[in-house]
Design a protein around this ligand. Sequence first.
Ligand code: GDP
Length: 139
Amino acid sequence: MTERTFSIIKPDATRRNLTGAVNAVIEAAGLRIVAQRRVKLTEAQAKKFYEVHAERPFYGELVAQMTAEPVVVQVLQGDNAVAKYREVMGATNPANADEGTIRKQFALSIGENSVHGSDSLENAGIEIAQFFTEEEIVG
Ligand code: GDP
């Protein structure tokens, strides 16, 4: 089934000029980038986006990292896009990520792990709507 998922290229990757390298992995996996914008997240945006982790010890660090420098927000479309992108991203901790995944190739640590991808179709819809209108997504 054709799906859409939400992706963020995180500050550790944009800082190292890896936007194109990450996009190359995404496109090589057969996912289509149907919306994309470079933005600097506000603290309010980052806090809301990661609200589910508010009680975790790394929440403050996560929000600080995500707002420190620009990110690239994206909508990816393709067959099984949600699960497919999670595969392409690799495990949260790059030490556990499979060869060829974005995190294995580019992530610096569990915190600075280069990309975000929605973990369910429902969350994909919620996250996409936080950053893009339907008119901005061109499949
Ligand atoms: P994801 O879905 O693979 O991104 O992982 P999670 O939803 O579990 O965590 C969200 C994000 O929080 C991760 O991508 C990391 O950037 C960050 N994070 C998760 N666990 C840790 C941790 O133990 N330490 C730190 N510093 N960051 C973490």
